[in-house]
Design a protein around this ligand. Structure first.
Ligand code: MRU
Length: 341
């Protein structure tokens, strides 16, 4: 399965909003369609957003008509701006935009278009390699017979590669360990129910779906050996923004002596932020809360809130699993050294 594929002059993606009912591929021929796909979560998950944006920028650049570099870069800036407004929390998006901008600035005007395609491919390939490595490293933490609880969706769909938290689970399963997964449904948009359950079933990994509010019950009964989640942005001190509900799981894990792991490529670490309270949190349309699958589940006119992410303070995180190693507290310093090295 290729959730994101560059076709030379179009970008092919799986429309994740249609899963699990339909595995629908769509081909996007204009960068504005890629921006829109990111906004409505046809493509989602921090690493996948970064990869899609990189290809989307390359796509937009192909249609730029400019006879000198200044004109080219000014038109490219409009494209970069559109992507930077797509979603605010996943830092992978901004890292991809920065990389594409730097490559354009360094290239000769006649070579910019190809240089941008090459850079998007490089970002994609680096993500794939990082995920495979962090999955292997993380799998060492999963023992035979473990039941692992995970939140949201962090598999191939979310990453355009092997996965992060789900990659760790898949790698442990591949090693022959008997693993069971508890997947939280992940309201409001049900990434756990729709996507994680679907991905795990494709891979024949046993999965039990629960509602978000059942997690404490399962942890308090000793039915969870560890929690593994992904990340959208990790601050320099280890504070981690991830799908709304992650913080609740981390507190529950601490209360019940269950290890709580974050699995993410280093492209998700943002050393420019000293702590998690500086991470921008996306507020989405409250209609996502008052409806499920387009059907209203609340009284008409009710006020609803819809922050898409929360921040888990580093004190709740047992370890951060990256492709450069598994890091434990204190994160400040170790994460900085890691990215320097
Ligand atoms: O709103 P989404 O579906 O893009 O949120 C995704 C998550 O929160 C994931 O856990 C995170 O991006 C890590 S993906 C490997």
């Amino acid at each position: 399965m290729k959730p994101i594929e560059w076709l030379g002059n179009r970008l092919k993606i799986i429309d994740q909003t249609q899963l699990p009912g339909k595995l629908a591929f769509v081909e996007l021929g204009d960068y504005t369609e890629v921006v829109a796909a990111i906004k409505v979560l046809k493509v989602r998950g921090a690493p996948a957003i970064g990869v899609a944006a990189a290809y989307g920028i390359a796509l937009g650049a192909q249609n730029i008509k400019a006879d000198n570099k200044a004109k080219f870069l000014s038109q490219l800036d409009k494209i970069l701006l559109a992507f930077s407004a797509a979603r605010p929390t996943a830092v992978n998006l901004f890292r991809a935009i920065d990389r594409m901008k730097k490559v354009a600035a360094a290239a000769d005007v006649t070579a910019i278009k190809q240089a941008l395609i090459d850079e998007a491919k490089a970002i994609h390939a680096e993500e794939e390699a990082a995920q495979e490595r962090l999955s292997r490293l993380g799998a060492e933490l999963i023992k035979d017979g473990f039941t692992v609880l995970t939140h949201c969706n962090t598999g191939s769909l979310a990453t355009a590669g092997y996965g992060t938290a789900l990659g760790v689970i898949k790698a442990a399963h591949k090693q022959g360990k008997k693993i069971e997964v508890i997947a939280t449904e992940t309201r409001p948009l049900l990434q756990g129910a729709r996507l994680t359950a679907w991905e795990l079933m494709q891979d024949n990994i046993p999965v039990t779906l629960i509602t978000d509010s059942m997690a404490g019950y399962f942890m308090s009964r000793g039915k969870v050996n560890c929690v593994i989640v992904g990340a959208d942005r990790i601050a320099a001190n280890g504070d981690t923004a991830n799908k709304i509900g992650t913080y609740t799981l981390a507190v529950l894990a601490k209360e019940n002596d269950v290890p709580f792991y974050v699995a993410a490529p280093t492209s998700t670490i943002d050393l420019s932020l000293s702590s998690g309270d500086q991470i921008p949190i996306e507020e989405r349309n409250p209609e996502e809360v008052t409806t499920i699958g387009g059907v209203s589940v609340a009284p008409k006119g009710v006020v609803a809130a819809n922050p898409a992410f929360d921040v888990t303070p580093h004190k709740y995180i047992t370890a951060i699993i990256t492709e450069k190693g598994v890091f434990r507290k204190p994160y400040l310093g170790s994460l900085k050294n890691l990215l320097r090295g």
